[in-house]
Design a binder for this molecule. Sequence first.
Ligand SMILES: Cc1ncc(COP(=O)(O)O)c(C=O)c1O
Length: 460
Amino acid sequence: MGKTIEIRVGTFDNNFSIDCPTLHDNLISFGKMPILYVTMVYHVFASRSRMASKSDDITLVMGRTFTDHDLHHIPDMNVDRIYMDYNATTPLEPEVVQAVSDALRDAWGNPSSNYVAGATAKSIISQSRQSVARMVGGKSEDIVFTSGGTEANNLVLHTALEHFKKSCRAAEQSEGPTNGCPGLPHIVTTNVEHDSIKLTAEHFLADGKADVTFVPVSKVTARVDVEDIIAAIRPNTCLISVMLANNETGVIMPVQEICQRVDLLNKQPERLRILLHTDAAQALGKISVEVQELGVDYLTIVGHKFYGPRIGALYVNGPGRRTPLYPMLFGGGQERNFRPGIKLYLEERLQDVFRDRIRFNSHYPGSDVLPNTCNVSILGPALQGWRVLSTCRRLLASVGAACHSASGNRASHILLNCGVPSEVAANAVRLSVGRETARADVDAVVEDLRETVQLLEKTN
Ligand SMILES: Cc1ncc(COP(=O)(O)O)c(C=O)c1O
């Protein structure tokens, strides 16, 4: 414990790396959570050597067939696949596999039980909580483990509604600010959030439970403008939720600036407190994430995006004391980097091969982007992203957010909202490199794409 890990991708020499003193411990500690998800079994197998070569062999490994899975790729078992979908999920670090197995074997007790097996589980959870807190610069008691990012995001939106209700009740009894009451709670978010925010907010809206403003991101920078967020605030606004980095474009949002501005508003005595949330699922492990610096009340953490298992956590700044947190579930009583060199090399190689036929949907003037995310369209009438991916022999990637893969032949609303023209968005492919991506992988993927484009243009 306390080791420093150099987060690097492949063996490319001209590299850039981040010494991340806490990530290593954190993902291992995440692994020590004595919670078993079926999907973890997939990751344990898939990560044994290289996820690329194992992921399509899963039927062989597990001796079963996934008949209901809409495969985008030709199931040629003799081909060595190259994984460039690290924004969808990451393979488990071998040390995590070890820690998970150890915990499953030795810490199987219910952490609330008053005997040794329970105490062992409790102690491991407590260590895990400390490590995850260190990773984001919070305190141990600020970390609430969840089943994943989706639950963490839902918990924040649910809490915002409860916070509004309780604040209004207190106001009726003249105990608090009356601003915004009576009325519906109002939530401000963007039009490029993950579905676990978007669909939940849309559901609240449709059910008449809340008003929601989906502030559009700039079609030039793909970032949300701080002034647009501030302009959307109403007297009944109870939550602002803006993701830290977008899962499709990799664009980093001005969360710190938003928090600073809202902090000033929150100091007005008659104002209903506006809660501040950021979904950092894609940012953690790729850029520095520090809750105090950002100034957020809540921050979503997703283990499987940084080589940990499928488990999530929500950072809450003083849960139940400084920041409200209301449960959604009742009964159980439990729980409360990289080398941008590789991404740049990938973009250079794509540009060399496809020249003026290529559009990068992750390049926006004035916006910083995650160091691993390359969203690209190869222009042409027969080159829709889903078609390209299903014809590629080696590349494993997505057309966008992994949870949209079922609607694969529709252009991503995120890209459309970022100003990407529909015929370009329809051809988009999200290539997200990771720790195991090497320069040779990039060369092979670019060649794969070149052959694919040739084939599709000949046959269509
Ligand atoms: C930005 C973002 N938020 C939330 C999630 C959901 O996380 P989980 O898969 O753990 O529910 C994801 C996963 O793709 C994501 O990219």
